[in-house]
Design a protein. Structure first.
Length: 182
């Protein structure tokens, strides 16, 4: 999309499968204050800032990736709209504050074996995956949307989740779901 994104080692690089699919949907729906759980290097947040001119609060636990997101925001002239926050999940973000909450969580039901696995392996019982989505629901304002990705290998379903997009990824299919917070 014309943006420059620096990705240091062990940070999840943007991909056309899950990141690209979620970004396509998010660009149609983003307005107001957007909160992203697991922003990494800003692959979702920065295009939302640049093209939708929305303010994005991006959280991540990995300081190296969050520093890269900050650098990427500066490089792409969207630093005034991007707010990086170091925290686990969305624990530093207050409840009911976002006009849209989104995450591209680690959706494979595997325990991470190496640091770089954390971005795709959500634990055998998908505890990381479930927690990231629940935190997105917590921070979303009533009546607003939560967007998240899943794989056909993800065995957790969320009530009232509506499939918005799907893409075949070789060994599985990737989905983007939407929940409207009641």
């Amino acid at each position: 999309m014309g943006l420059k994104v620096w990705v240091p080692g062990n940070c999840f690089p943007p991909n056309l499968v899950s990141t690209g699919l979620l970004l396509k949907v998010a660009l149609e729906k983003a307005r107001g204050i957007v909160v992203e759980a697991g922003t990494g290097v800003g692959s979702l947040a920065l295009p939302l800032c640049a093209f939708n001119e929305v303010e994005v609060v991006g959280t991540d636990l990995d300081l190296k990736c969050l520093r890269a997101a900050r650098k990427n925001a500066l490089e792409n002239s969207v630093y005034a709209l991007f707010n990086p926050v170091a925290c686990e999940y969305l624990t530093a973000i207050r409840s009911n504050c976002a006009d849209l909450a989104l995450t591209n969580p680690p959706y494979l039901p595997l325990d991470p074996e190496r640091p770089e696995d954390i971005s795709i392996c959500g634990g055998k019982k998908l505890e990381t995956y479930a927690r990231m989505i629940k935190e997105c629901i917590r921070v979303a304002r009533h009546g607003t949307l939560i967007l998240f990705t899943a794989s056909s290998l993800t065995n957790i379903k969320f009530e009232n989740a509506k499939e918005l997009a799907r893409r075949f990824a070789g060994l599985d299919s990737i989905y983007v779901y939407e929940i409207q917070k009641e």
